[in-house]
Design a protein around this ligand. Structure first.
Ligand code: KG4
Ligand code: ZN
Length: 336
């Protein structure tokens, strides 16, 4: 069965085709990062309008890349949420129209399930069961995954997401948008031990996270440096970036390790945009080796939002018998 998938929950328009037998066949992506940069964050109205402009050309591109015609498609998947309401509606409308016109089933996919299963797009592919650390701009969760559709929440953030912590602290430091990649790039040149920053809930027994205090701590530190010696020089900037990154990564790694010990599982899967962070990857890889286990990451291009994970998750749901393929369901399913 060949499934086309649409992702439009935030600032990336993604389209892909996946096959239940052969996996991912082709994908295409347009990032709106450059467009939103001048506003310092995603402008929802602009995001929706841009998805409308891009989604059909990307669809044509994907079909061409896969050597397929519209008539070869057997089902249509789309991100049903969570995300920006107007942005979600673009993908959902196009997907439902496609399905309606061709008499195909439409499969709504939860955005986080897309991220959660994206490490299965890598080779070697992790075996179930595994622990997933889901770290995106909107979510930070630890999940136990026993199979497609079998997810147990082990812990999550009580306030800001890890990606949000990267983005907000980067903004305070004047690093622009999106902050995560900018801050981690600067951090590579810095000394993470120079500024002592809090690691909230590091020693709590649960598997929850809290990142909202970190931006206040970084702001306080920024102000005290400026008071002492004026605007930060490039070394101080890099050291503060490295110290901030280390504070976030230390907590994520500590809780992920705690989850591995509590569940006794040996495979850790990391998904979501923050999964692209090099420091986090290295730390988790080393930690898992120490535990006699293994850490799995999606290919870098599938860490942030993309259509491949949506088409792929739909294919996995179909294989697991978890998708409604009757073709009767033409009600919109969107959960902002
Ligand atoms: O999964 P994603 O593309 O979108 C959401 O569903 O939220 O994640 C985006 C988040 C942003 O907060 C971004 O700053 C962060 O992922 N991010 C990073 C890196 N690359 C992206 N954070 C830290 N280091 C990175 N290299
Ligand atoms: Zn995402």
């Amino acid at each position: 069965m060949i499934i086309i998938g649409f992702e439009s929950s935030c600032d990336e328009t993604g389209v892909a085709v996946a096959c239940t037998e052969r996996g991912l066949l082709a994908h295409a992506l347009h990032s709106q990062i450059a467009m939103h940069r001048e506003y310092g964050g995603v402008v929802p109205e602009l995001a929706s309008r841009d998805h409308i402009q891009r989604i059909l050309p990307l669809t044509a591109e994907v079909l061409q890349k896969a050597g397929l015609a519209m008539g070869d498609i057997d089902a249509v998947a789309y991100t049903a949420g969570p995300g920006l309401a107007g942005a979600l509606l673009v993908g959902a409308s196009v997907a439902q129209s496609f399905a309606w016109a061709r008499g195909l089933p439409a499969i709504p996919i939860h955005h986080l399930e897309g991220h959660l299963l994206s490490p299965l797009l890598a080779q070697p592919r992790p075996e179930f069961p595994f622990v997933a650390l889901l770290v995106s701009g909107g979510h930070t969760q630890l999940m136990r995954v026993d199979g497609v559709g079998h997810y147990e929440l082990l812990g999550e953030t009580l306030d800001d997401a890890a990606g949000e912590a990267f983005d907000k602290t980067a903004k305070l430091m004047g690093l622009g948008y999106p902050g995560g990649p900018a801050l981690s790039l600067l951090a590579e040149k810095g000394d993470a031990a120079r500024y002592d920053l809090p690691r909230p809930l590091l020693h709590s027994r649960d598997l929850d996270f809290s990142f909202s205090g970190l931006k206040t701590a970084v702001l306080t530190r920024l102000k005290s440096i400026e008071k002492e010696s004026g605007p930060l020089d490039s070394t101080q900037q890099a050291d503060l970036a490295a110290s901030t990154e280390a504070a976030i990564v230390d907590v994520l790694a500590a809780k992920a390790i705690k989850a591995m010990k509590q569940t006794g599982l040996k495979s850790l899967v990391v998904a979501g945009g923050v999964g692209a962070n090099r420091h986090l990857r290295a730390k988790l890889q080393a930690a898992m080796k120490g535990l006699g286990g293994e850490a799995f990451f999606p290919p870098l291009e599938f860490c942030t939002d993309n259509g491949a994970m949506i088409a792929f998750a739909a294919a996995e749901r179909v294989k697991a018998g978890l998708a409604d393929l009757s073709g009767d369901s033409h009600a919109f399913t969107v959960h902002p």
